[in-house]
Ligand binder design. Structure first.
Ligand code: ZN
Ligand code: ZN
Length: 96
């Protein structure tokens, strides 16, 4: 079961379960689509993996298996991350 985290780790934007803007990597690092794609070039700044759209948990299920309320907020230093992004963004995720 994935953790539905409440916000973008980089910019802090709220990403409730029903948000269509949430992206996750295989480790569930969670970012808004603007950060994941425009800022990080679809290269997760923590693990270098790609992002996919986070699925929305249906109402009945979210009542039974609630979203996480623990905010993870850890803005990245883009001077460092941009070098990593450059290195990986043109490599297919399955080859990284
Ligand atoms: Zn963001
Ligand atoms: Zn990651």
């Amino acid at each position: 079961m994935i953790e539905i985290r409440p916000n973008c780790e980089h910019c802090g934007k709220n990403l409730p379960n029903t948000s269509k803007d949430a992206m996750i990597c295989s480790f569930e690092c969670t970012y808004c689509v603007d950060c994941a794609i425009d800022v990080f070039g679809n290269v997760c700044p923590s693990c270098t993996g790609n992002f996919v759209k986070r699925p929305i948990r249906p109402e009945a299920m979210i009542a039974k298996y609630p979203a996480s309320t623990k905010r993870v907020y850890s803005p990245k230093d883009l001077r460092i991350i941009n070098k990593q992004t450059e290195k990986f963004k043109n490599i297919l995720p399955e080859k990284r």
